[in-house]
Design a protein around this ligand. Structure first.
Ligand code: DX5
Ligand code: ZN
Length: 235
């Protein structure tokens, strides 16, 4: 559960969560090893061909990766029936799972994730209102604001999501909740500045990391840009 802090921190840890969706699936372990010195999280995109029009990976791939990595596996379930797969992903080595609020049954899914010992995330598509997330803010550890429509890497960042990010952060601060606010889609060393200003602190980046010549330098560049933006706001 999100911790209640009597003097709420306005500065939860900034981190980049590289998305393996844009990595070479034939050399996943090597791709993950390449970015590992730069971060402590790995974003794992799970798609079922139903909630989104794409198919990606399932628990066996997570289990294979687990044997090669000690990173925190931030598992983004873009699937219609997460209740059926939460336990297999936990058993495969997921540390946290994020389900979409659009699939419904959110209260039950949060309880199931807690029972399984998973860190709890709740995601919203770009056109899903803040109000859909609001009732759950004190029950989750992470809120993921999609900054593209989920399904594919390499899409353009949607700036119209910025007000929702700011509302999530403001509501968390007002309630004294230390909440990870994650953004996913079109994040690079430029767009990370805007989302940091809005209140995000976890930055998923796929193509801006793995489609670069030097993925580790790309991770560092995104984190540096976010850190500089926060320092500028603070000073
Ligand atoms: C999109 C996925 C993202 C994707 C982001 O549906 O949830 O995690 O990998 O890719 P980029 O960073 O290229 O937009
Ligand atoms: Zn994702």
């Amino acid at each position: 559960m999100a911790t209640v802090d009597p003097s709420p921190t306005l500065a939860p840890t900034l981190r980049v969560a590289p998305s393996i969706l844009s990595a070479d699936f034939g050399s996943l372990a090597a791709a993950v090893a390449g970015i590992t010195p730069g971060t402590d999280w790995l974003h794992v995109d799970v798609m079922d061909g139903h909630f989104v029009p794409n198919l990606t990976i399932g628990p066996p791939v997570v289990a294979s990766l687990r044997a090669h990595s000690e990173l925190y596996f931030d598992t983004h379930l873009m699937i219609t029936d997460p209740a059926r797969y939460l336990e297999p992903f936990r058993d495969a080595g997921a540390d946290g799972c994020t389900v979409h609020v659009e699939v419904g049954e959110t209260t039950a899914l949060i309880a199931q994730m807690r029972d399984l010992g998973l860190r709890v995330g709740l995601a919203a598509n770009p056109d899903t209102a803040f109000e859909a997330l609001e009732p759950f803010l004190d029950q989750v550890d992470l809120v993921l604001c999609m900054t593209v429509f989920p399904g594919f890497g390499g899409q353009s960042f949607m700036g119209e999501v910025l007000p929702k990010i700011a509302r999530v952060r403001a509501a968390a601060d007002a309630a004294g909740l230390t909440l990870d606010v994650e953004v996913d889609g079109g994040i690079d060393e430029h767009t990370v500045v805007e989302v940091t200003r809005a209140g995000a602190n976890v930055f998923v980046a796929g193509s801006a990391v793995f489609n670069r010549d030097d993925p580790l330098a790309a991770v560092d560049g995104i984190l540096r840009a976010a850190t500089e933006e926060r320092a500028g706001v603070a000073s």
